[in-house]
Structures are given as C-alpha cells and as structure tokens.
Design a protein around this ligand. Structure first.
Ligand code: KIV
Length: 291
C-alpha cells in the first residue's frame, strides 16, 4: 500500500479590515504598511502579504516630480488609487486626501473622501492634522468612511513647519501632539500615522491610544510601520530621509539596464533573431511574386 502524505492547506488569506488593524494591536503584532501608486507595485506587495497599502500624496514627489505634496490634486489621487485597487486584493487600501481637499470645508471633505471609495476603490482615507481636523474626521466617519489620522511631520504643512523637519521635540510640542492624538481617536480615527517624531514620544502616544499607530521615522515603539516604497527600493534619486532603510538600489539598476539597452541597439545586438518575427521561405517567395 502506498503512503500518500497529505499536507494541511495554508489558510486562505482574508481581506484586511480596520477591525483587523485593531486586533493586531491588541495581540501585539506589528502592522505592515507601504505606499503604492500603480498596479504592478500594488500586486507584488499584496502577494508579499502587506497588511495595508497607502496611496500616499507622496506620489506628487516620487512619481510626478513635484517639489512637495502641495500641488497634488484629487483627480491625480483618484487616477492612481484606481490602478492600485486593481492590483491589490487583500491589503486594506487607504487613499491620502490631498492638500485643500478637506481643509476648507467639512462638506467638501466628506464628498472628497467619498470619491476615494466610490471612484478610487479605496477602503479608507487618511488626512493630516490634529485638533483643527476633528470636525472633518467626525463628519467623514459619520458618513461611514474610515479615517486614518496623521500627526508629527505633516508634509502638506511644510511651509508652516519651515521645512521637512522632526516634530514634537520640545515639551510643549510633545504635549500638544499627545493631546491631538487623543482628540483624533475620540473623533473616530481607526489609526494614526506618526511621522518624524522622537521614538520615546511615539511609544508613549502608542501606549496611551487604543487605536494603532503607524510610524515613519518614529521608532520601533509604534504599533506598525510604513515607508514610502520608492525610498525603500532606492528608486527616488533626489534625497533619502535618515529614517529610511534602503532594501534595494532600483535607481542604479534602472540606469544599468537602460545603458545596456542603448549599447545593444547602437551595436545592432538587439533585436537578435529570437526577438524577431520571420516569414517562411515559401511566404517570402509568394510575397516576391506579387511585389
Ligand atoms: O504620502 C505619504 O506617502 C504619507 C506617508 C509618508 C505616511 O503620508
């Protein structure tokens, strides 16, 4: 009699929800999040098993070449969200509300947040700011849309902050950040990004909140981590913040591949026979007869 080994099938992966975020915090399991702006990147990080994908307005800098995130529009965000939502089946998808899509008017904020779900295929939205955004957060959550907050270095306020610099370093700034975090939780945020704040402060805030914090340049004491994928892949040549760990050098690899292609074309080594379509001798002869 032959022995057949039956292995237990891997449990089917489930779509990540905002509830799953909360449960991960309760179990002490780190939440993984990355940014994506297109279909193939979203597909490969979804297959890798990332918990959440943020279509960040950082796309203005790393994809569209703007100097900062201020010029990014709703239409640009929706265009990229649609591509990401076609690539990712399981990750919780979060669309980043761009500058002036939620600051001026709470009704606009709700309508624009709605576009991320209806037109962009997102599951939730993210917006920047603390106490001054509480009304917008309440109204968006009231419309049934999950909201992620964002405190610390908030790039849409770069002109107010005087540059891309760490936040919450003085006692009063740290106190204000903690108060803002508690207000956002109370207003209904399901999670909070903490960007470029001292690690000790981020850990303290994370312990005070029951919603999960996602850190970027905020140390290991947050409930999860996010990085801008173009930084992680070494794809953005302009600058790399100190808090980034580069896992690849895609910019260098692209330069190498392009230089090799140019050299091949110039030397007539590309396309080779295997890259070309050919006619049979018979087909060629019959063409010559009619030509
Ligand atoms: O726009 C973005 O990518 C972000 C992350 C840095 C959190 O807001």
């Amino acid at each position: 009699m032959s022995t057949v080994s039956v292995s237990t099938p891997a449990p089917a992966r489930k779509k990540v929800t905002t509830l799953a975020f909360r449960q991960k915090k309760e179990r002490g399991e780190p939440i993984t999040m990355l940014t994506a702006y297109d279909y193939p990147t979203a597909l490969s990080m979804d297959v890798a098993g990332v918990d959440s994908i943020l279509v960040g307005d950082s796309l203005g800098m790393v994809v569209l070449g703007y100097a900062n995130t201020i010029p990014v529009t709703m239409d640009e965000m929706i265009h990229h969200c649609r591509a990401v939502s076609r690539g990712a089946k399981y990750a919780l998808l979060i669309g980043d509300m761009p500058f002036m899509s939620y600051q001026a008017d709470v009704n606009d904020a709700v309508r624009n947040a709605g576009r991320f779900l209806q037109q962009g295929g997102m599951d939730a939205v993210k917006l920047e700011g603390g106490r001054e955004r509480v009304d917008a957060v309440r109204a968006i959550v009231g419309a049934g849309i999950p909201v992620m907050g964002h405190l610390g270095l908030t790039p849409q306020s770069v002109n107010l902050l005087g540059g891309f610099r760490p936040q919450g370093k003085t006692a009063s700034a740290a106190k204000r950040l903690l108060e803002d975090a508690l207000l956002l939780e109370e207003a209904g945020c399901f999670s909070l990004v903490l960007e470029s704040v001292p690690a000790r402060l981020a850990e303290h805030v994370s312990k005070k909140l029951s919603i999960p914090t996602i850190g970027i340049g905020a140390g290991v004491g947050c409930d999860g981590q996010v990085l801008v994928t173009h930084d992680l892949l070494g794809l953005f040549d302009r600058f790399t913040p100190k808090f980034v760990k580069k896992y690849a050098d895609f910019h260098g690899e692209m330069k190498r591949a392009f230089a090799e292609y140019l050299a091949d074309v110039q030397a007539r080594q590309f396309p080779a026979a295997e890259h070309s379509v050919e006619m049979t001798d018979e087909e060629w002869e019959s063409f010559l007869k009619v030509a």
